[in-house]
Write a protein that binds this ligand. Structure first.
Ligand code: ADP
Ligand code: MG
Ligand code: ZN
Length: 473
């Protein structure tokens, strides 16, 4: 029997706000444990949450970036569970009235993955488990705003799941919602997967897989789980609904808790936060400020004549395209700007392992290097050397560095002709061969002229002079 997998994804994304969802503590990764805390996010008695307006606005922006529809009326609910990293004993989330629903993402293969719901909630703290037999708790993350994005069961392979996550991340990053960095935990994802016989209506019993720390891990876990469920059904068994954990080192999933152990969250409306009506005017205002999407950018760059490799590099993130556009403006030529941004500048970025926004050289400086090449004062390789020198001495100018390095290209026709004449006189045999029709002989003559001029002669002028003198002119 042939089976068809069905997958639904639940993704949590931390919003890039300045402060937490219900208090004024900083929302920042990497600080010393328990330094970004206050009575509200540590769950002291008698405190009151206040909704962070920036979080709400970023949430609305995310919903718009995902083509979702905003609910006119939304509220918060308490979701109860007991865990050491949850100081209040409940999480403020949204249950029956999420703030957005619908929308979705079109995959490369044309499949449209619909979104079931998008809601806002607060993150929990973090347990630190690497201290022998004790567990420490860091509450810096407690109360950080999260967006939960849940799909309909529209995904049917591990590749589609990978593609969905890649595109979701791109949408959210370009809209400035979140860094979506799985390593820092600002994007986390659980997957639900079931299989059912092809041709049969309805879905099979699903398992939920947790502890997936990269998109590649999601793909591996899904492949394993689809194979496990297939084997189970083929051998006459049945899938039980449960939560499983992915053990990456062993390459398998394992039961975490069964449905019987599923928690009763005892949801009820959060009494300390008033329900919200989301104003149409606010939505309209956020819509007009929605940053350009990666897709729109790609189309615009393609129309500028950039190739697919350049499109890819320049839409890796928003900063790379922004950098390219500043350079294009400064040097007045999109193609040259793309070649330099994707070439030397991107190489430097890789070397420094930094973002385009943290580069030690500005678009204006690179534009001055491009100008040297364009005017013929520097060869392409000399311009690259000037670029590197400029990175090392950013207070100097491209012009002065060209001089200092003695790289100025010789375009003086008289000097070049003299060198060509000397080379021709010293190579009678090659000259005779060329004149007898062996055009390849010109290559070695060209090399000798370039060498004689220390590699600094303008190659176009050398070539032209060589041709003319060989022709006897
Ligand atoms: P819960 O609230 O219990 O987590 P939901 O019904 O909201 O469950 O579904 C969670 C996720 O599981 C959604 O992404 C949904 O599309 C997906 N899902 C639901 N049923 C199935 C199924 N039979 N197989 C695979 N995924 C499913
Ligand atoms: Mg769920
Ligand atoms: Zn706080």
């Amino acid at each position: 029997m042939e089976f068809r997998p069905t997958i639904g994804l639940e993704t949590h994304v931390q919003l890039a706000t300045a402060t937490k969802l219900f208090c004024g503590c900083a929302n920042r990764f990497g600080d010393a444990p328990n330094t970004l805390v206050c009575p509200v996010c540590t769950g002291q008695p008698g405190v009151l949450p206040v909704l962070n307006r920036q979080a709400l606005e970023l949430g609305i922006r995310a919903a718009l970036a995902l083509d979702a529809e905003l609910a006119p009326f939304t509220k918060f609910d308490r979701k109860h569970y007991f865990y050491p990293d949850l100081p209040k004993g409940f999480q403020i989330s949204q249950f029956d009235l999420p703030f957005a629903h619908g929308g979705g993402i079109r995959l490369d293969d044309g499949t449209f993955v619909r979104l079931r719901r998008i809601h806002l909630e607060e993150d929990a703290g973090k347990g630190i488990h690497d201290r022998g037999d004790s567990t420490l708790v860091d509450l810096n993350r407690a109360g950080v705003p999260l967006l939960e994005i849940v799909t309909e069961p529209d995904v049917h392979s591990s590749e589609q799941a990978y593609d969905y996550l890649t595109k979701l991340k791109e949408r959210l990053r370009f809209a400035g919602i979140s860094e979506c960095d799985m390593e820092k935990g600002s994007l986390r994802c659980d997957v639900n997967v079931s299989i059912h016989p092809v041709g049969q209506d309805g879905f099979g019993t699903r398992c939920e897989i947790k502890n997936l720390n990269s998109f590649a891990m999601v793909r591996r876990a899904l492949e394993y789980e689809i194979a496990r469920q297939t084997q189970l059904l083929e051998s006459g068994g049945r899938v039980v609904q449960e939560t499983r954990t992915w053990r990456d080192a062993e390459g398998r999933t394992e039961t975490m808790r069964s449905k019987e152990e599923a928690q009763d969250y005892r949801y009820f409306p959060e009494p300390d936060l008033p329900p919200l009506t989301i104003d149409a005017q606010l939505i309209a205002a956020i819509r007009t400020q929605l940053p350009e999407s990666a897709d729109t950018r790609r189309a615009r760059y393609q129309a500028m004549g950039l190739n697919s490799e350049e499109l890819q590099t320049l839409t890796l993130d928003r900063a790379s395209g922004d950098w390219f556009e500043s350079l294009a403006k400064a040097c007045g030529e999109a193609k040259a700007a793309a070649v330099w941004t994707c070439g030397e500048v991107n190489r430097l970025r890789n070397e420094r392992n930094c973002s385009f926004s943290d580069l030690p050289i500005t678009p204006a400086q690179v534009a001055s290097v491009i100008a040297l090449a364009k005017s013929g004062r520097a060869s392409v390789s000399a311009a690259r050397q000037v670029f590197n020198a400029l990175v090392a001495s950013p207070s100097k100018t491209a012009d002065s560095l060209l001089n200092e390095l003695g790289l100025e290209q010789v375009s003086d026709t008289g000097a070049i002709e003299a060198a060509v004449a000397e080379v021709l006189a010293a190579n009678e045999k090659a000259v005779a061969e060329y004149r007898a029709g062996k055009e390849k002989a010109a290559g070695s003559l060209m090399g000798q002229v370039m060498k004689k001029m220390g590699g600094r002669a303008n190659p176009a002028i050398v070539q032209e002079a060589l041709k003319r003198l060989l022709a006897g002119g």
